[in-house]
Write a protein that binds this ligand. Sequence first.
Ligand code: FAD
Ligand code: SF4
Length: 506
Amino acid sequence: MTVGIWLLGDQLNKNNSALSSCITAKKDTVILLIESLNLAPLTVYHAQKLTLIWSAMRHFAEDLRSEGWRVTYAINDDTEMVFQQWIKDNQIDELKLINSSDRGGALDFQQTVNNTNFTGKINYYHNDNFLWQKDDFEEWAKGRKKLILEDFYRLSRKKFNILLENEKTPVGGKWNLDQENRKPPKKNIITPPVLTFSPDQITTEVMQKVAKMSSNTYGNLNNFNWAVTRQDALKVLDHFIAHRLKEFGTYQDAMITNEEFMWHGLISPYINIGLLQPLEVIKAVENAYYNSEEIPLNSAEGFIRQVLGWREYMHGIYHHVNDDYGELNYFNHQRPLPEFFWNNSKTDMNCLKQVLKQTENTGYAHHIQRLMILSNYGLIAGISPQALKSWFHSAFIDAYDWVMQTNVLGMGQFADGGILASKPYASSANYVNKMSDYCKNCRYNYKERSTENACPFNYLYWDFLGRNEEKLRSQGRMNLVLKHLEKITPEEWQKMRQNSALHLNL
Ligand code: FAD
Ligand code: SF4
C-alpha cells in the first residue's frame, strides 16, 4: 500500500503530524511539493516572499530526500495535472493531508483532490503551525459573549504551563506587564545587530526565476537575506534571544528612521511556514528568562504574549467567524488604495514614506508600523478595508489569509464592528510623534490640524471621528475622545474638512 502526502509551502515542518505518522514506513510513502503561483490567491507578491517560500520548499525537499523520504518536487503552474499524475505514477492508495491554515487554501486543496476522482482513503492531520486547533478554540469560544484576548491568553499560559508558579499563578505576580513596556525611543539609541544570510546556490536560482516575474512582484529582490532553512531559522531565534529579547518589551512600539528591525524577533516568516514551531519559540524565551538574569520579565512575558496570546487568538478567531468576515466594512469605507502604497516616492508624509520604503526593501515592518502608520492611515482616510488587506497581503513577507483578515480587517480597520477589537485603532500625529522620530524630518507640522501645513494624520483623524460619531458612540469606549468634537469651532471644522478633501483629491 502506498501513502501519499501532499505538503503546501507553509507546511515545511519535518516533524509535522502527517510525516510523523509515516516515519516507520518511509519506503511506502511518497511526498509531493508543488512550486506554483496557482496555489496562491493573489497576482502580486513581494519578490522576497516568493523567494523565501520557493527556496525554503526546495531546501526542505532536499532535506527530506537526504533522510530517505521519496519526494516529488514539481515546478509547474498546472497543479491539478501534477497532482493527478503523481497519484497515477505512484498508485497511491491513501492520501494524508494537513489541515490548511487558510480557509480558501483548504477549499482549493479539497477541490483539486475532488477533481482527480481519487477513490482511496483521505486522512486529514492537525496543523502543527498552531498550538490551539480549531476545535479547541471553538470549545473555548462556546457560550462566551465576548472573545477577549486577555482571557484567552491567561488560559493559554495555564494550558501550556508557561511562566507559572505551581502551575497556576503568573511568575512575578502579574499576568500583564504592558505598563512597563512600549516606551518611546530614547535619543541616540543603539539598536542590536541583525543576523543575515547570503543567498546560496538554491536561493540564487530562485531569485533568478523571481527576477523574471516583475509583473507578479512588488519590492526589492536584491536585498534578500532571510533564512530559508530550519537550521538558519533556529539561528535567528537564538540571535534574537541573545541580542534583542532583553529590550524587546521596552521598545516594542518604538519606531526610528532607518531602523527596520529594532528589538523585534523577526520570526514570523519562519513560524508561519513551519520552519519554527510556536512551542519551541515560547519555551526558548521562557528558558532564557529562567536562566539569565539579563532578561527582564516584562520582555519575556511581552514576547510570549505575542506568540502564545495574539498569534493563536488571531488564528482561532479567523476560523471561528462567519464566512463573510472578509467582506465586512463597518464604516462603509470605499476609497481606493492611494498609489503611494506601491511607490513610497509618491508621498511626502515622512512616516508613511519611511515605513513603505522599508517594506519595499525587506518585506517587513514591525507591529506598530503596520498598525499605527499604515493601517491607521487607511482607516482615517476611509480606504476600502478589502483593498488595504489585499495590499498588505502583497507587500509582506509573512502575509497569509488567516493573519491578514484578523489583523488588517479586524484590528486595523475595525471592519467587523468590534468582534475583535473593543475600539478602532485610530490616532492623530500625536502618537506618531511620541513613538517615533519621523515627525522631526517631515514637511508637515504634527501639532497643526487646520493650517495649510497641518499634518494629514490630524485633520483626517478628526474628520474620521466627526463622520462616524454615531457609530463610534455606540462602541462606548470612544466617548471620552468624542467629547473633544464639541470643542471644535465651525470654522475649524470647515478648514479641517477642506484640508481632508484636498489631501484625498475629492
Ligand atoms: P515580534 O514583534 O517579534 O513578535 C513575535 C511574534 O508574535 C511574531 O513573529 C508573530 O508570530 C506573533 N504575533 C505578534 N502579534 C501578532 C498578531 N497580531 N497576529 C499574529 N501574530 C502575532 N503577522 C504576520 O505573521 N503576518 C502578517 O501578514 C501580519 N500582518 C499584520 C498586519 C497588521 C495591520 C497588523 C496590525 C499586524 C500584522 N501582523 C502580521 C502581526 C505582527 O505585526 C507581525 O506578526 C510581526 O510584526 C512580525 O514580526 P516579528 O516576528 O519581528 O514580531
Ligand atoms: Fe507623519 Fe504627520 Fe509626523 Fe509627518 S508630521 S511624520 S505625516 S505624523
